[in-house]
Design a protein around this ligand. Structure first.
Ligand code: ZN
Length: 202
């Protein structure tokens, strides 16, 4: 517990790790023979309350399938991909600004004074702008025709992306291009994995 900065505020640290929620199988070949390949630690700020600062110490794990050698990660619902704030903080900002009509600056002050979240006005502006833009975009893609060899729905933060192989790209063991693939596990979690691009000769 860190209370050196301000004796009236205590910090609660919640530790979560992808290792606690491993997938059942490799998303590529279905094998259950996989192990940890690497990990990194990210500190994520969560919504606190007066007198209590909350942090999440998140261990992100990259898994490696021992059968097909695919590396993959499983999205953890308690953190937002690539962000150092919990989903709760982001939802709080979006709700206050876009639903309640509060100013970005007022929400920043409340986050600091009432919830002990250190955040910049630039970060809040970016989230609000992103959310405002996303709300204008269509969210129903069911009428879109997928490519012939499409293996499943892929969604990154609400944006659909298709990873294409570059034509005329030289194939080499040293720097084989990788395909990033996204799919969902049976339990609904998003899983990302990447494979070398293999050119099929017919
Ligand atoms: Zn595999």
């Amino acid at each position: 517990m860190d209370n050196s900065e301000n004796s009236s505020i205590r910090t609660e640290i919640k530790e979560i790790s992808d290792a606690e929620f491993p997938p059942d199988q490799c998303p590529h070949c279905g094998s259950d023979n996989f192990t940890r390949a690497s990990y990194y630690i990210r500190i994520v700020q969560d919504l606190g309350q007066p007198g209590i600062k909350r942090e999440i110490r998140y261990e992100s794990v990259v898994w490696k399938c021992n059968k097909c050698k695919t590396h993959f990660t499983v999205h953890n619902r308690e953190v937002t991909k690539g962000k150092t704030y919990s989903p709760g903080v982001i939802q709080y900002v979006i709700h206050r600004v876009l639903q309640k009509g509060d100013s970005n600056r007022r929400v920043l002050d409340d986050l600091k004074e009432l919830h002990n979240v250190d955040i910049s006005i630039g970060t809040i502006n970016a989230w609000v702008n992103d959310a405002a833009k996303t709300n204008e975009l269509p969210t129903d893609f069911t009428s879109y025709e997928p490519p012939d060899d499409y293996s499943g729905a892929m969604s990154v933060d609400g944006t659909f992306r298709v990873v294409k192989q570059k034509k005329n790209k030289t194939q080499g063991k040293e720097n084989e291009p990788l395909w990033l693939r996204l799919t969902h596990l049976p339990d609904g979690r998003l899983v990302a994995y990447w494979r070398p691009v293999k050119t099929k000769k017919k």
